[in-house]
Design a protein around this ligand. Structure first.
Ligand code: PLP
Length: 425
């Protein structure tokens, strides 16, 4: 289907055939959902052994009573397990509670309002405006953190190898009130791309050109979430920072939300020793210590990097067929017609598509009318505003293979019908 070469008559024929198909879907009373970027029950069950691994044996290498308060930065064996996931040393990691988003929120709030201890004052000290760079499309909850803290967001474009670094560098050099950038560097939410080595190096160097106490928020939520063993690796940001002398300019985050239990995992943050000192000081005002028993359970379940990799292969076996169905429908139903562009991620939880300009909201609304729930258009942009109204995030992890198959038939029909109607004017 090539719209730009089609006659009006041809467009009308397509419109009537697609409308008929669409009405059939509507009449079928479907109730399908491609919105939820969370693990399916089948994936959660992969970790059920975690409920039994401890028995009553809470012994640990430091002989601390894990049932008690304390240990704000987490237990040593858990640091050893997850430091390689972030690519930091065991002195540069804190293991927290069940949510990396909480750690990100605290990190941004402490930086904005409380400062960096020996490293300097809070971003908002003196009432100055604080801005963040937001590569788009991106993760809505990152944007919500900024909005909640009153941090102004500046969208920057995403390329296939990461944020447009020419744009990022120019903005950061020109404006010292830009204090941070959100990054999901491996299997980015939602495009699934992996930052190239060159982009990682340039990100590590931002600390040299940015204003005081600039911080990269490196949310490596999908660090080990590849769909196959051949997926691209991510260069080590902290090593690049060590070379550039910018270790203090980065915060690295991760969690086991999509490794073990999304609601009962462990989250971690990697930072230079100086950053960690200030962060722990502030965090210590909010709690006496994390759930160390859950940390030990994670160590007993996953053991080490090899155990973690084996566990992630089991996730991939559940997830990959779901991604394959989405891509099959896009390739076969849309192909090279130009009605839609998308990336074929090699990991993560999402497939992002771009419709023709001005159609994303309409496609999402049409799909909803036919019983297929999609993430609201605009959600992947700061303030919920996609200036071109193009981006839609598809999340295939929760529905069954049959449900995805059906939902994608509806989705492809909606994209084609909306595009033909737009062309007809
Ligand atoms: N970061 C990204 C990029 C995510 O996509 C998600 C969840 O979808 C999270 C963080 C949430 O992480 P957590 O469950 O550790 O708070």
């Amino acid at each position: 289907m090539q719209l730009d070469q089609a006659s009006t008559e041809q467009l009308r024929e397509w419109e009537s055939a697609l409308s008929a198909q669409y009405e059939e879907f509507k009449a079928a009373g479907l109730n399908l959902d491609l919105t939820r970027g969370k693990p399916s029950s089948e994936q959660l069950s992969l970790s059920d052994a975690i409920l039994d691994v401890l028995g009553h044996d809470l012994s640990n290498e430091t002989n601390t009573d894990l049932r008690n308060y304390g240990g704000l930065d987490g237990i040593a064996e858990c640091k050893r397990l997850f430091a390689p996931v972030l690519g930091v040393s065991t002195d540069e990691i804190l293991i927290g509670g069940n949510s990396s988003l909480t750690l990100m929120y605290f990190a941004a709030m402490f930086a904005n309002h409380m400062g960096f201890g020996d490293l300097g004052k809070a971003w908002s000290d003196g009432g100055q405006t604080v801005k963040f760079l937001c590569p788009v499309p991106g993760y809505d909850r990152h944007f919500a953190v900024c909005e909640h803290l009153g941090i102004e967001m500046i969208p920057v474009s995403m390329n296939d190898n990461g944020p447009d670094m020419d744009e990022v560098e120019a903005l950061v050099k020109a404006d010292a009130s830009i204090k941070g950038i959100w990054c999901v560097p491996r299997f980015s939410n939602p495009t699934g791309i992996v930052y190239s080595d060159d982009v990682v190096k340039r990100i590590a160097e931002l600390g040299k050109v940015a204003g005081d106490n600039f911080r990269v928020f490196w949310d490596n939520a999908y660090a080990v979430h590849s769909l196959s063993d051949s997926a691209p690796e991510l260069a080590n940001l902290m090593d690049a920072c060590r070379k550039a002398g910018t270790e203090n300019s980065v915060y690295l985050f991760g969690s086991t939300s999509k490794i073990t239990y999304a609601g009962a995992g462990v989250a971690f943050v990697g930072m230079s020793a100086a950053n960690l000192k200030a962060f722990k000081h502030h965090l210590g005002m909010t709690q006496i210590g994390p759930d160390k028993i859950n940390q030990l359970r994670h160590v007993r379940l996953l053991q080490d990097s090899n155990g973690l990799a084996a566990h992630m292969r089991e996730h991939a076996a559940v997830l990959k067929p779901r991604f394959d169905i989405v891509l099959k429908h896009l390739n076969e139903g849309i192909g090279d017609s130009g009605l839609l562009s998308w990336t074929a991620p090699e990991g993560g939880y999402f497939i992002a598509v771009d419709t023709l300009p001005g159609l994303a909201k309409q496609v999402v609304a049409m799909a909803a009318d036919a019983g297929v729930k999609l993430t609201p258009a605009g959600a992947t942009f700061p303030y919920g505003k996609d200036p071109q109204d193009r981006n839609i995030r598809l999340a295939p992890s929760v529905p069954t293979l049959e449900e995805i198959d059906r939902a994608m038939q509806v989705f492809v029909t909606c994209v084609k019908l909306a595009s033909v109607r737009q062309r007809l004017g």
